[in-house]
Design a protein around this ligand. Structure first.
Ligand code: ZN
Length: 395
């Protein structure tokens, strides 16, 4: 069994909207208070506050006179918010994420309901403290016979309501394929495949970016706190939503296609976080949503019984000749094509890199080899070619 999320738009009745907005407001308040308390405890007394402690703080807040309104909403989303805060801290301590931020009202909101806080009956959803079913637009069918274990209601900054349901489903594995592919994050294109194919960003992406820029400039000129600023902010949020819809749709189609067509998929484990610091790459990478692409490939490979291999990020995928294995000293970002000084093969930079990634991926999956020895090898070769000067190989 695999957990799969199904997301739908819905249209709350005025009553439901009031209840949901209030629930989200309380969830945000509890989250922010707990975050402040945890931060203070750490900086003033070097004490760590965990989920259990913050949950008992919540119990106390509910007893305070000025916070009585916390009792008017379901307690489940409030606790789920504290669980998410706990996850945010775990990610921070593990070095995977920045320090958690306060939630802001204009970022929209969300409320998570576990089984105790909603009813699923005759294909309809009833939230706690609400007598009417949610008016959901069923854009795709929920698999027959399933029951959601968790549902999350979201209000986007552009004012759109969605509900996401987590269900357990049986996913049929795909028939074996003899194809395998290496995927490189392109600089001019979105990705380059070892099959020689290059995939560009979706059409109209540039125009949408320009539209966003225009809306952002308009927003920056509006007076703080004014009605017009509020309108301009909504406009920016709507363009953002348009862009992320187009991107998500595109990424899902691409990753589904790659997983269907190939038995093995190899990618580079680029730490996007670090790469975005490089200004030349920043735009193309954040646009390309490399992290999301890799995430989708990973879970879809898992669903459908495909092999997914992530290559060590110091593997010199770009500078290595895919034909003879020679590693060149330097390959500036602006160089799109090059000739191998050793064997003379003409390379497209990104396609050559994707071929190297596939070769390394095959080595890992076939014999469980580590890419590290290759790394030492490349270091040795680099030393040879750079007059004895030590260099750290970078992809
Ligand atoms: Zn060569």
């Amino acid at each position: 069994m695999t957990q799969k999320a199904f997301k739908y738009r819905f249209y709350p009745t005025p009553e439901q909207e009031v209840l949901l907005r209030r629930t989200m407001g309380c969830t945000r308040l509890v989250y922010n208070r707990a975050l402040a308390a945890r931060t203070q405890a750490w900086y003033e007394h070097q004490e760590r506050v965990g989920y259990i402690e913050s949950n008992s703080m919540l119990t106390n807040w509910k007893k305070q006179e000025d916070l009585q309104f916390l009792n008017d909403v379901s307690s489940v989303p409030l606790q789920q918010g504290l669980r998410h805060l706990q996850t945010a801290f775990s990610n921070f301590f593990a070095g995977r994420a920045k320090y958690p931020n306060f939630k802001k009202k204009h970022h929209g909101g969300n409320a998570e309901f576990t089984k105790a806080a909603f009813r699923f009956k005759d294909g309809q959803i009833f939230l706690a403290k609400s007598s009417q079913a949610l008016a959901i637009r069923w854009s795709r069918q929920l698999p027959l016979g399933v029951e959601p274990s968790t549902i999350t209601v979201k209000l986007s900054p552009s004012g759109r309501w969605t509900v996401s349901m987590l269900v357990d489903v049986e996913i049929e594995r795909l028939p074996e394929s003899s194809n395998q592919v290496g995927v490189d994050l392109g600089i001019t294109s979105l990705v380059a495949l070892s099959s020689g194919e290059k995939i560009a960003n979706p059409r109209g992406f540039k125009a949408k970016k320009a539209k966003l820029r225009k809306a952002q400039i308009a927003l920056s000129r509006k007076q703080k706190g004014s009605n017009n600023r509020q309108k301009a902010r909504l406009k920016v949020a709507k363009v953002h939503a348009e862009i992320s819809d187009a991107r998500n749709d595109f990424l899902h189609k691409l990753t589904t296609r790659l997983v269907r067509e190939n038995q093995l998929i190899a990618v580079e484990d680029l730490s996007v976080k670090n790469m975005v610091k490089n200004k030349k790459l920043a735009l193309s990478i954040s646009d390309a949503s490399w992290g999301e692409l890799v995430r989708q490939l990973e879970y879809k490979c898992d669903w459908y019984g495909r092999n997914f291999v992530k290559i060590d990020r110091w593997f010199p995928s770009s500078k290595r000749c895919g034909n003879c294995g020679h590693i060149v000293d330097k390959l500036d970002l602006f160089i799109r094509e090059w000739n191998c000084p050793n064997c003379g093969t003409h390379h497209d930079r990104d396609i050559n890199a994707s071929k190297n990634i596939l070769a390394a991926g095959l080595a890992v999956s076939v014999c469980g080899a580590n890419i590290r020895p290759d790394r030492l090898e490349s270091k040795r070769q680099l030393r040879k070619t750079s007059n004895g000067k030590k260099q750290k190989p970078k992809s």
